[in-house]
Design a protein around this ligand. Sequence first.
Ligand code: ZN
Length: 431
Amino acid sequence: MLLFSSTVCLFAQNKMTHSPHPLPISQWVSFAAKLNRFCQSYSTAPFELKNRIPDSLYQHLRSSEWINDSGHPTKYLIIITLDGLRWQEVFMGADSILWDQALQKGRLPIQTEDFQDVSPEKRREKLMPFLWSHIAQHGQIYGNRNKASTVSVTNKMRISYPGYNEIFAGYPDDQHIKLNFKIPNPNSNVLRFIGQNRSFRGRVASFASWDVFPSIFNAKMGGLYVNAAFQPVQNNHFSHLNRQLESVSKPWGKHLRPDSLTTAYALQYLRHHAPRVLHIGLGETDEYAHEKKYAEYLLAAQANDRMIGRIWQFVQSSPRYRNKTTLFITTDHGRGNSPATWHKHHGWVDGAEEIWFAVMGPQTAPLGEVENSVPYYQCQFAQTFAAFLGLEYQGNKAVAEKISELFIKESPLLEQQKNNKNIDNQLFTKK
Ligand SMILES: [Zn+2]
């Protein structure tokens, strides 16, 4: 625009220097600046479009990539789930009791100084440096129960499929989703809902390590593309990764693809398919925890943090995604909160309902680790995802409310919410 307005001005100046009263150069510069400002305001609010066209058309244009509406800065959404990573490690780093337990069992595949420190802040930075440097600086992190921030699952099962159902359906379903079997999910999910919107059609995808995700999203019903476990992508851009599917070692058989390969697929999909919404489901933390391998569990969490860093590095180096993408990171369930139960999680394990989440993007204020927050719930994530994209998710049951605290524009509501003691009763909106 600056180039355009400068060219117009130079052209006009050239014409007018032949007139009997040429303007001094300083006035031309100020005229060029004014024209440039006009052009910029035209490009962001062409003729105040909102007041001149039907509301439905405006909503459509706004949620598409064509209008740069300053009130709606998130054009792209990336959701990353880290299976069964406890809030205890996220906020306090390596646990000293579990570390000693692991040491007693034999030599650890990691160096003590890479994970240990007396300060929990230093330990967590060693475990997840991207989360605690970049996201803590630019986004918000919730779920540190030691600082009065609680995030919980509301399903009673406290295992993976029920957790992912709660995240994406926007409500728990203890009646139908009890186990991790590959049954097609009967519930609506927010990704399919978004994918059925005209502006997002063909632009919603999930790449997941775990082979149950096609059932969790009920991929056959359409609305989003799901690639999981050792399923190749039939496209030339992915042939080098497809070859790795065959050659890579498979510590968990066919049911879990290594997270690094899942991330490589997701990155390639971002590069070549430019999705508006992308879910990346990583799973190694849960596998190592079930095997009671604490050191490997920590290593997997640290590697996941690096993968998130790589995804964000790509986002911010891409003219398409830069400063227009919201990143949301969370987990499907917690785990036991004692040295005897840390490795497991189900309905009778204390602590398995305790989760956490982190968000960073153009609509989220850089508050870092949030303390003294109202309690939040896993079922609120679905409506929050839709809200980032300017949509309101309609599920086939009542869906929990979005987390308003994450949206800069709505922060005055936050105070109101904090004063409202009945927040838990109001969690679910009426359908
Ligand atoms: Zn598990």
